[in-house]
Design a protein around this ligand. Structure first.
Ligand SMILES: NC(=O)c1ccc[n+]([C@@H]2O[C@H](COP(=O)([O-])OP(=O)(O)OC[C@H]3O[C@@H](n4cnc5c(N)ncnc54)[C@H](O)[C@@H]3O)[C@@H](O)[C@H]2O)c1
Length: 292
């Protein structure tokens, strides 16, 4: 029998305190939720706490956040390495752990045992559809993707993706939780690699790479066209450098492994830059060179 999830998700548990989990947790705490972040690594939790403090200090200094609200949000935020202690009170879990299926399956199986029966278990995975972890949880109807964008404190869009067994109540609760966190959720009716945003971005990137490889235009002119004719805030080559060319290559590999479509195969020009250690902004060079 399906258990109807509650609509009053007062206790949020975020699993994984990396780049995404830490900011998702802060977003929930700022929205008024008692929020706990769990990670296996104490260092990771301490780093996340320090980074979030810095981040909210900046928001206060720039007038984007009232000092009292920042303090209240930090008071609602807890950090723990002890999942057995923090899972039982959770009404809604957002898993943002390392992007590995074996790790996520184990987390969902554990959460299925430790969380209350009404709790919804969502994954923030960018490439793994929740159907891959749903059965492990023992409550597949209460599992979906809740995909935030980086940086999660800033980006408004959240892609909510249902797998074939996700219940309508789970979709409704997840959409309304995202809204209450100040986000603008979009619903994706079935699992497709890349969901919406990464598919759109991938299509533009693929075309940009083909235009460059065909000698049709320089990367600078392709970027200029995207910005000036289409009003994209960044050109596709600039965006690839920002995301990281190793990440772009990883995404292509994951997509290609799922679809088997030769059009999704990793791009040779991107791969050549990665092999040279040119990973984009973070390494000082990619398609462009950056002064550090
Ligand atoms: N980085 C992005 O731009 C981005 C954007 C959207 C979605 N995502 C997705 O978010 C998830 C996390 O990505 P990230 O960039 O924050 O990764 P990250 O590597 O920064 O953080 C992952 C964290 O998970 C922790 N972890 C690993 N195994 C764990 C376990 N069993 N229990 C608890 N914690 C565990 C690690 O210690 C680490 O702190 C991934 O699924 C990724 O696909 C990432």
């Amino acid at each position: 029998m399906e258990v109807r999830p509650t609509t009053t998700n007062n206790n949020i548990l975020v699993v994984g305190a990396g780049a995404m989990g830490s900011q998702i947790a802060m977003t929930a705490a700022l929205a008024g939720y008692a929020t706990t972040v769990h990670d296996l690594s104490r260092t990771q939790l301490d780093d996340a706490a320090a980074a979030l403090r810095k981040r909210t200090d900046k928001m206060v200094q720039s007038g984007k956040l009232a000092a009292d609200d920042a303090e209240a949000a930090h008071a609602r935020l807890q950090f723990s390495t002890d999942l057995e202690a923090v899972a039982p009170p959770a009404d809604f879990v957002i898993e943002a752990a390392t992007e590995r299926l074996d790790i996520k399956r184990e987390i969902f199986a554990t959460l299925g045992h430790l969380t209350p029966r009404h709790a919804i278990l969502a994954t923030n995975s960018s490439t793994l559809g929740s159907s891959k972890v749903a059965e492990a949880s023992g409550r597949p109807a209460q599992v979906c993707n809740m995909h935030f964008f980086n940086p999660a404190l800033v980006m408004e869009c959240v892609e909510v993706v249902q797998h074939p067994g996700t219940s309508q109540a789970t979709v409704d609760t997840t959409m309304s939780l995202a809204r209450s966190m100040g986000k603008s959720p979009v619903l994706i009716n079935r699992e497709v690699p890349g969901f919406i945003a990464n598919r759109l971005m991938g299509a533009v990137q693929k075309e940009a790479l083909a235009l460059l490889a065909g000698g049709v235009a320089s990367k600078d002119d392709i970027d200029a066209t995207a910005k000036q004719a289409l009003r994209h805030p960044m050109g596709p080559f600039e965006l690839m450098d920002l995301v990281g060319l190793d990440v772009i290559d990883d995404i292509a590999r994951a997509t290609h492994a799922q679809t088997g479509d030769p059009a999704d195969a990793p791009n040779e020009a991107v791969l050549a830059l990665v092999r040279e250690g040119k990973l984009g902004r973070k390494s000082g060079a990619g398609w462009y060179t950056y002064g550090h």
